[in-house]
Design a protein around this ligand. Structure first.
Ligand code: NAD
Length: 365
């Protein structure tokens, strides 16, 4: 089982689908093409042992179709483990739409995508991810019931990002308790990389608790806005990983812990929202462990969003959403202690719990 990012040369050498390094016994991969709307999408269904494969749709201007395939394979696999460790009866799936969300996303394209989702009869249920808004899911809802993350006025649980941020905050506090002996973030320096839907709310939580927040983003206007709102310091240099900090919170895109950055990172704790933060979960997970950096597994602490959308399927309310999200604190602490006693990485410890739950259910069937 591996999750490496491949170079374009390596990607071309591998067999097109089943031979991909990121292919991990996925159950089904669906390629969707519609000339009229310009839709080119891939739906990845990794595992449905625990339930229907639920996971968001990402719209991204991928450099190559190989990159899109690699991304959907990695992301859908992550969803299986995220739902499993969170105790949800959901499998893992994800979709990617190839294109620029700012210029190529149209209502017709979203509805056509919804029709492809519908053709899977509920085996895959979609939601929003990067490049998607609640309004896009409302459009998908017009053609299929197999969508979550729709707006509250349409009976949905609304934007999942604030709950995701709250879960990440819980995971960050647990990792701080484990590392520093206290979960109080007062006086701690936290670098939040990416201050989008999730990052901004995380900045708010940390600031409210008295933490010193440094923010970095490629969007200058957002930097100004968020800095003004919460008094956060802006980092504008080109070596964000070398900034002195207690906690690094990756909230932009994945694979920021990689060969180039791992030896620069100054933090004692890594806890953020981005999916697939470790470029190679075995190599970089072990390097962090050797360096004494405590890593809060991404798929464990960013589960708030899936908890929020699962409420739409199971009909539970805000109180239960908050309870389940706060539980991330206990699970994170438990995983860190297990990793220490078993001398494995925190990522491996979390993966083990998730895989055991999937295996146990499989054996019951
Ligand atoms: P978003 O698109 O709203 O925000 C991402 C931010 O990162 C943007 O402000 C963007 O300008 C910035 N960014 C992009 N590249 C950057 C770079 N190289 N350096 C610094 N900043 C950069 O996305 P979001 O919804 O806030 O999600 C953030 C991450 O968390 C994503 O990886 C997403 O997959 C993951 N995640 C989100 C949710 C959710 O509920 N939204 C749930 C689970 C995981």
């Amino acid at each position: 089982m591996t999750a490496d990012i491949l170079t374009p040369q390596e990607l071309k050498k591998a067999d097109p689908v089943f031979g991909q390094l990121s292919f991990n016994d996925h159950e089904q991969i669906v390629f969707c093409n519609d000339k009229d709307t310009g839709l080119k999408a891939i739906i990845g269904i990794h595992n449905t042992v625990l339930g229907p494969a639920l996971g968001g749709t990402r719209m991204w201007n991928y450099a190559t179709e190989w990159d899109a395939l690699n991304d959907v394979l990695r992301l859908s696999r992550g969803m299986s483990f995220k739902s499993a460790i969170t105790g949800l009866n959901l499998g893992g799936g994800k979709a990617v739409i190839i294109g620029d969300a700012k210029t190529q996303k149209t209502p017709e394209l979203m509805k056509r995508f919804g029709e492809f989702v519908h053709s899977l009869s509920g085996k895959y249920i979609t939601a929003e991810d990067v490049g998607m808004e609640t309004a896009d899911m409302d459009l998908v809802r017009e053609v299929t019931p197999y969508v979550t993350g729709i707006s509250e006025s349409k009976g949905g649980a609304g934007n999942p990002s604030p709950i995701t941020a709250y879960g990440v905050f819980m995971g960050m506090k647990a990792a701080s308790k484990y590392t520093f002996g206290s979960d109080n973030l007062e006086g701690r320096t936290v670098l939040v990389q990416g201050i989008g839907h999730v990052g901004e709310v995380l900045v708010e939580h940390v600031t409210n608790e008295g933490g010193n927040v440094i923010i970095s983003d490629i969007n200058e206007a957002r930097l100004e806005e968020v800095s003004k709102k919460y008094g956060a310091e802006i980092y504008r240099g080109d070596d964000v990983y070398s900034v002195p900090m207690d906690i690094y919170a990756p909230c932009a895109l994945g694979a920021t812990v990689n060969d180039e950055t791992v030896n620069k990172i100054q933090a004692k704790v890594i806890a953020g929202a981005a999916n697939n933060q470790l470029a190679d979960e075995n190599i970089h997970g072990s390097l962090l462990q050797q360096k004494g950096i405590v890593y809060a597994p991404d798929f464990l602490i960013n589960a708030g969003g899936i908890i929020n959308v699962y409420a739409e399927l199971e009909n539970y309310g805000k109180q239960e959403i908050i309870r389940k999200t706060e539980n991330i604190y206990d699970t994170t602490l438990e995983i860190m202690r297990t990793a220490e006693t078993s001398n494995i990485t925190t990522h491996q410890a979390a993966l083990k719990v998730a895989l055991e739950r999937i295996e146990a259910r499989k054996n019951q069937k």
